[in-house]
Design a binder for this molecule. Structure first.
Ligand code: ZN
Ligand code: ZN
Length: 425
């Protein structure tokens, strides 16, 4: 395995931003009655393998399997564990095991996922997954799409818009695939051999060949839109109408390529405009067939993912993270080692009152302490000196007002609270 360039390491300067982002989507998801589910990062290799083959057609499944990261035993023997490359399969298994017949379940999960990139390097990426299971009503598609749009808007993406398409049902696809095959045979000379094979298996495939003479895609005249059966066509019309009424900007993209074996009917992407072109922040669709293949039960399903790394990058570049409100803090310093116990007791007393403290465990002179307290953004500094303590008092520096005063040791918390009030913090 080649060396990875994309391990995650979140520094404290970034963590508050990740938390702000997570709080925003947690809030929106809770408003819609979605429950968080925490999935194991380690996955049973066999279960995953079965899921992926149910998820995708021949060659595509092979490609995805090649990109999962399987763990080895120390002796080099392949273990039966893989790192999770996605979350839908686990959520489906959970639902199949626990959901009552006819029940609607709304789940979400987020966290790191793992795959090998196209150059064989291990890659860790953060994803939010949202799944609505148990409803085949187009209201559930609209709920899912609107929820994704709401999350993006609440994160600050006023320019988020939708790309929509319908992949139809099994019955309206049959004619489409037959015509695709005929079309591909007629135009066979315009494709390279691997693309032709891939498109025969999956007309929606995104081929990665670099042959300039190759067409890469099925002829544009073969758009699935023209093949939709009456029910699929009507559903798609209603989705478009509802999304328009909800004020969501969208455009129909007949070339919206998703894995066809995975999705049916509605598929969508969430996109924004960047200086260097359109950027996809997530997407999803309905996946009733996948659900029944994996669960062996009829559990209609629709869901979406958001690419949290991309969202984080753009939010940061656009300055969308608002700093969290500063917490009032008290700096504590002892002027002799004998006073350290006293320092810990005072800290405990302040914590009981929900007051944040910063402790300095090195003995320094007052000037250095004040400098350090300011560097830690503390408003109050309390110096704990043996002679003061003996007299039952402590020196309290108000670093904002730049003054200092003795306060009674047994009234310390009240004095700190009083100082905090005058600072309106
Ligand atoms: Zn249909
Ligand atoms: Zn090609």
């Amino acid at each position: 395995m080649k060396k990875s360039k994309s391990f995650h390491q979140f520094t404290p300067e970034e963590v508050w931003k990740w938390k702000a982002m997570e709080n925003t989507f947690d809030h929106a998801l809770n408003l819609h009655d979605y429950q968080e589910i925490r999935l194991s990062i380690l996955q049973d290799h066999e279960v995953l393998h079965k899921g992926i083959t149910a998820l995708m057609a021949g060659r595509e499944a092979e490609q995805v399997e090649r990109r999962t990261i399987n763990l080895c035993q120390p002796d080099g023997e392949l273990s039966l564990l893989s790192l999770r490359p996605e979350g839908t399969i686990s959520v489906l298994h959970h639902t199949a095991k626990n959901a009552q017949h006819g029940a609607i379940n709304r789940y979400y999960y987020h966290g790191p996922m793992f795959r090998l990139d196209k150059d064989g390097r291990a890659m860790e990426f953060s994803q939010l997954g949202v799944e609505l299971l148990g409803s085949d009503s187009i209201l559930s598609e609209n709920e899912i799409i609107s929820l994704g749009m709401r999350i993006l808007r609440e994160l600050g993406f006023r320019d988020a818009s939708l790309k929509l398409n319908s992949f139809g049902c099994e019955s309206c696809r049959r004619k489409f695939f037959a015509d695709v095959r005929t079309g591909l045979e007629q135009h066979a000379a315009e494709y390279c051999a691997p693309c032709l094979e891939e498109l025969r298996a999956n007309p929606f495939a995104e081929t990665i060949c670099e042959d300039e003479r190759c067409r890469h895609r099925i002829p544009p005249s073969l758009s699935i839109e023209g093949y939709l059966c009456a029910k699929c066509r009507e559903n798609f019309q209603r989705i478009k109408k509802i999304q328009a009424n909800l004020g969501h900007r969208f455009r129909v993209d007949p070339l919206l390529f998703k894995n066809f074996a995975y999705y049916n009917e509605t598929v969508f992407d969430f996109v924004i405009e960047q200086a260097d072109g359109e950027l996809t922040l997530g997407g999803g669709g309905r996946y009733d067939y996948l659900s029944s293949r994996i669960t062996g039960r009829k559990i209609p399903a629709v869901g979406f993912y958001l690419d949290l790394d991309a969202i984080f990058r753009v939010m940061d570049a656009r300055n969308l993270f608002r700093p969290v409100q500063k917490t009032f803090a008290v700096y504590l310093c002892a002027q002799s080692p004998e006073m350290e116990m006293m320092m810990l007791q005072i800290a405990q007393e302040l914590h009981d009152e929900d007051i944040k403290t910063v402790l300095n465990t090195d003995i320094q002179d007052t000037e250095a302490e004040i400098k350090s307290a300011r560097a830690h953004h503390c408003e109050i500094m309390i110096s704990i000196r043996e002679d003061n303590v003996r007299d039952g008092k402590l020196l309290l520096h108000n670093l904002v007002r730049d003054n200092q005063d003795y306060v009674q040791l047994n009234q310390l918390t009240q004095s700190v609270r009083m100082a905090q009030k005058t600072l309106r913090l």
